[in-house]
Design a protein around this ligand. Structure first.
Ligand code: AQP
Length: 341
């Protein structure tokens, strides 16, 4: 059977569960901007506050973090006149479709998710039901827009596969070709930026140690201090990238440098081979500060007018509702729910 042709549409989101990190920027935001500017896709970008509350969020901090993330998106180059930018909770279609998908997805699928295992830890009895069902909400975020492409970091790959499973099962169960089988877009040198304190853990906004990450709000001195203190090994930098195989912290700093400069890791290695950390780290910090400073400055400027940020998010939400409401209404219809409207 030949399926319907879906309009190319990008959807992606970031949780306002803390300040944005260099991991969010290199793994996601930078690529969102590239996809927006490529103009071959309509782009929908969402601050996923309903996802953020799957773990405890202080209400005042959540509002501030959501505005900060919105300012970070715009400062990095997301243009709300060109892309749709909004916060998830203002568009009820997400929560509604998530419920419908809760009835399509299987418990076993959710239980296998690495993020669920990592975030619930040993105390699964005490984790929120929302944390367990997180991937069904993520599938709803994407499929409420019939999104065909989702740029994400490596850590979200498994959730994207689950989105495809939900779409496939829905289409099969109801004998339709209604939901697209979305393509993940995971490419570039920094799809998994690691913690500066532990090269085997990803850089994360909710890591208790602020020294583990570079925040979009950090100034040049803080960035320099964090890279200076970043965990490394005593060896100098080797000739080839392959020689970093068993040196996760060193590899992470090289990956970050390559992503910031746009150079391949092979070119970076030929530039820095033989250098010690005392030479490489200050240079890396300088490059990072140069890249981040204009974004940080613009983000702070935008944050000076929170009313304007709220207005932009309100306008984006209205545009998001125009696309998602008819898709969710049609989903209810396919499932046999009566609508009198
Ligand atoms: N370290 C990272 N390297 C590359 N990409 C990353 N992303 C997150 N961390 C890295 C990508 O950023 C997008 C938004 O992620 P998210 O905020 O929705 O959730 P997350 O992946 O759980 O990010 P955090 O920072 O670790 O948040 P917390 O600490 O709240 O769980 C995604 O595309 C993600 O791949």
């Amino acid at each position: 059977m030949t399926g319907p042709a879906f309009t190319p549409r990008v959807f992606s989101g970031i949780q306002p569960s803390g300040g944005l990190t260099l991991g969010n920027y290199l793994g996601a935001l930078k690529r969102f901007v590239e996809m927006q500017n490529d103009a071959s896709h309509e782009c929908v970008f969402c601050l996923v506050d309903l996802h953020a509350i799957t773990v405890w969020q202080d209400p005042k901090a959540l509002a501030q973090q959501t505005r900060e993330a919105a300012a970070g998106f715009m400062a990095a180059g997301i243009d709300p006149a060109q892309s749709i930018l909004f916060n998830q909770s203002q568009v009820a279609a997400h929560a509604e479709l998530a419920w419908l998908f809760n009835c399509v997805a299987r418990m076993g699928w959710m239980g296998r998710m690495t993020q669920w295992k990592d975030k619930s830890g040993k105390n699964t009895e005490n984790a929120s039901l929302g944390l367990f069902a997180y991937p069904a909400l993520m599938a709803a975020d994407i499929l409420a827009y019939h999104a065909t492409h989702v740029p994400v970091g490596e850590d979200q790959k498994q959730h994207l596969e689950l989105t495809r499973d939900i779409a496939t099962k829905f289409n099969h169960d109801f004998g339709v070709d209604f939901f697209p089988i979305t393509e993940p877009v995971i490419d570039g040198p920094a799809t998994r930026v690691m913690s500066l304190r532990d090269g085997t853990k990803k850089m994360s906004k909710s890591d208790p140690s602020d020294m583990s990450r570079i925040n979009l709000s950090d100034d040049a001195d803080t960035i320099a201090q964090k890279f200076r203190k970043a965990r490394t090994d005593p060896e100098p930098l080797p000739e080839t990238y392959g020689d970093l195989k068993d040196r996760p912290e060193a590899r992470n700093l090289i990956d970050i440098y390559a992503a910031l400069t746009g150079k391949s890791t092979d070119t970076v290695m030929s530039d820095v081979a033989g250098q010690g950390w005392g030479q490489f780290k200050p240079h890396l910090a300088e490059v990072a500060a140069e890249t981040m400073a204009p974004i940080t400055d613009e983000m702070n400027r935008l944050l000076g007018d929170p009313g304007e940020i709220d207005r932009i998010l309100g306008e984006g939400s209205a545009k998001a509702r125009e696309i998602s409401e008819p898709i969710v209404a049609r989903t209810r219809d396919i499932m046999g729910m009566i609508s009198s409207g």
